[in-house]
Every structure is written in C-alpha cells, then in structure tokens.
Design a protein around this ligand. Structure first.
Ligand SMILES: Cc1cc2nc3c(=O)[nH]c(=O)nc-3n(C[C@H](O)[C@H](O)[C@H](O)COP(=O)(O)OP(=O)(O)OC[C@H]3O[C@@H](n4cnc5c(N)ncnc54)[C@H](O)[C@@H]3O)c2cc1C
Length: 292
C-alpha cells in the first residue's frame, strides 16, 4: 500500500523541518501525498499495520516532542492545494494556503474571510483549529467539510450550531479533512485590501511574526487574556535554553535557536503553575502537542 503512493514516503523524517517552531523529533513514516488516493493508501496502510496516524497541515500550531512521532505522519500542506470559486462560494482543498485563498477571493471582490489574514495555515489546519480572532473564525464561513474516515471512505459534514467552538472543530473521530465549502460575500476589492493592510500592520506590531513560534500557546480563559496573566506573573521574556516566552507577546513561545520541545514544555509547566498559584486559573494549551 505504501508502494502505491505516488507522492513521497520518507522514513525517520525530522518534524522540525515541518513545524513553524522548528522543533520536533522524527516521524517513523512520513507521507506527503499527491492526491486523495495517496491519503487513502496511507490511511489503509496504517489501519492494516495498526499504526497511529497524525495529520499535519502547515505545522503552525504544533509542538512535536523530541522523540518524535510513532506510526504515520501525513503532511497535507501543498497537497489538495487548490481553491475554486463559484459565485460567492469557495471550494478549497485541505492543503490550500489560507492566505492565498484570502488573496484570490479578494481579487474576485469576495470578502468576509479577510478577518483571518495573517494566520499561517492550511485550510485543513484552520478548520481543525477553528482558526480566527475575535473578529471572526473560519467556522463562521463553512457550509460543508469533506473528510476521509480512517478506513479511507469519504464523508461529508454539514456544520450546525456548536460544530465549531473556541479553537475547536467537533468533527467525526479520526477524520482526515480534505476540503470544505466557504460562504463568502461580495465586497469591493479596495475595501478588502485596506482591511487586510490594517490587520497585517496590527499583527506585526503585536506579535513576534519574524521569530519561529507556534502562535498562541494558551487559550484565553473566559473574560481574560492568557498573555496578560503571563505578564502579571512576571514570565514575559523568561528564557530556557533557546526557548523564550516572547517579550513582545507573552502568549507566544519563540525558538531563538536550538530550543527543544522539553524547553518549551518546561516553560509551559512553569507558566501553568504560576498562573494557577497567583490567579487560581488553569490555563489550557491552544497549541497541539504531538509525539513522544
Ligand atoms: C506567527 C503565528 C501567528 C498565529 N496567529 C494566529 C491567529 O491569529 N489566530 C489563530 O487562530 N491561530 C493563529 N496561529 C496558529 C496557527 O496559525 C493556526 O492554528 C492554524 O490554523 C494552523 O494551521 P496549520 O495548517 O499550520 O495546522 P497544523 O499546525 O499543522 O495542525 C494543527 C492541528 O490541526 C490538525 N490538522 C491539520 N490539518 C488537518 C487535516 N487536514 N485533517 C485533520 N486534522 C488536521 C493537526 O493534526 C493539529 O492537531 C498563529 C501561528 C503563528 C506561527
């Protein structure tokens, strides 16, 4: 089955090459599929060999542990990378880049989704994380999601109220998301471009965009901001080997070079303990943690 894959199959592939944090041990079997059939072959192989499967999009919200990922890691960035537009609807593959989709939509005077600009993501990763900001979440635009069950059969999911929540998409267990339909709306291109520019400027001013990170580490607790709490407990700028709680935005941990997952995990433990001790609030990770 692995032999039938037309894309790439690599063994012991360092996942630090595939995460925005530049951290992560090797995946035993690493598949870069070329199409849906390739994804199916990888899933069926894993099912037959009883191996766990991890799906990776752009790797922008991941902390992969230092001993890596057992089983099969399927990387979808670049695969299923197209978006088509029909009227005010976009049909996007899971590996398409979110920012490319926003740009292509804007060129057709289609907007709404520009509130997600500056979020590094594949469409699949954005769906899985319900990526967004207080101004809008990808779930607000989704009318259908297409996915594969672990046995390779195709599924369609029509979101209803509650399908998407804060940083979560409640999809069927073990689903590999392969695409979706997004409902956009007509908006003059100059207005969209103006909005995009303002949002990117704001992001650049407040987030450490130039350094390796995985975005926000923690979910914001109800009515508060994790960054504010971390600053209050005096951890902004705290460094452990190459890992640092960003001095620009305390909810980011950046890799200043040579950081390992254990360093990031130790900073996270320290943060969780201090915030709990001082405020009685248990922070919940936003980043997804993978591997051993
Ligand atoms: C500088 C920076 C700024 C950021 N700003 C924001 C922000 O403002 N708002 C925000 O929401 N996020 C932000 N993020 C986090 C990140 O961009 C988002 O979470 C994004 O949605 C991750 O997409 P990805 O394709 O990289 O997914 P990955 O990080 O590869 O994966 C994230 C999760 O989704 C799962 N997944 C990915 N693809 C699939 C698929 N096809 N099928 C099933 N599961 C899948 C993975 O298994 C994993 O659990 C930021 C990150 C960085 C580095």
């Amino acid at each position: 089955m692995l032999g039938e894959i037309r894309g790439e199959v690599r063994f012991k592939e360092p996942l630090s090459f595939h995460t925005s944090l530049r951290i992560g041990g090797a995946a035993d079997i690493f598949v870069v599929p070329q199409d849906v059939d390739d994804i199916r072959h990888a899933l069926l192989f894993a099912e037959r060999e009883q191996l766990p499967v991890e799906v990776i999009g752009g790797g922008n919200n991941l902390l992969v542990r230092d001993r890596g990922v057992r089983g099969v890691a399927i990387k979808l960035a670049g695969c299923l990378g197209r978006a088509e537009f029909h009227g005010e609807e976009a049909l996007a593959g899971a590996g398409a880049s979110l920012s490319a989709l926003i740009r292509e939509a804007a060129a057709l005077n289609l907007g709404g989704i520009e509130c997600l600009v500056g979020i590094p993501a594949t469409i699949g990763g954005a769906l899985a994380m319900n990526a967004g900001t207080e101004d809008g979440w990808i779930g607000d635009f989704v009318s259908a999601v297409y996915f594969l069950y672990p046995d390779g059969t195709l599924g369609e999911f029509k979101p209803t109220e509650g399908s998407f929540s804060y940083r979560q998409f409640h999809h069927p267990d073990g689903a590999t998301l392969i695409g979706c339909r997004l409902q956009l709306h007509r908006r003059p291109q100059p207005e969209i471009q103006k909005d995009i520019k303002a949002r990117l400027k704001q992001k650049k001013a407040t987030q450490p965009m130039a350094l390796a990170s995985a975005g926000c580490v923690w979910k914001n607790p109800a009515g508060d901001s994790a960054g504010r709490l971390i600053e209050k407990v005096g951890l902004k700028g705290k460094r452990l080997n190459g890992a640092e709680i960003s001095s620009k935005h305390a909810n980011f941990i950046v890799n200043r070079g040579g950081a390992n997952a254990v360093d990031v995990a130790a900073l996270m433990d320290m943060t969780r303990e201090r915030v709990h001790h001082q405020f009685g609030i248990v922070l919940e990770p936003e980043i997804r943690i993978m591997g051993e």
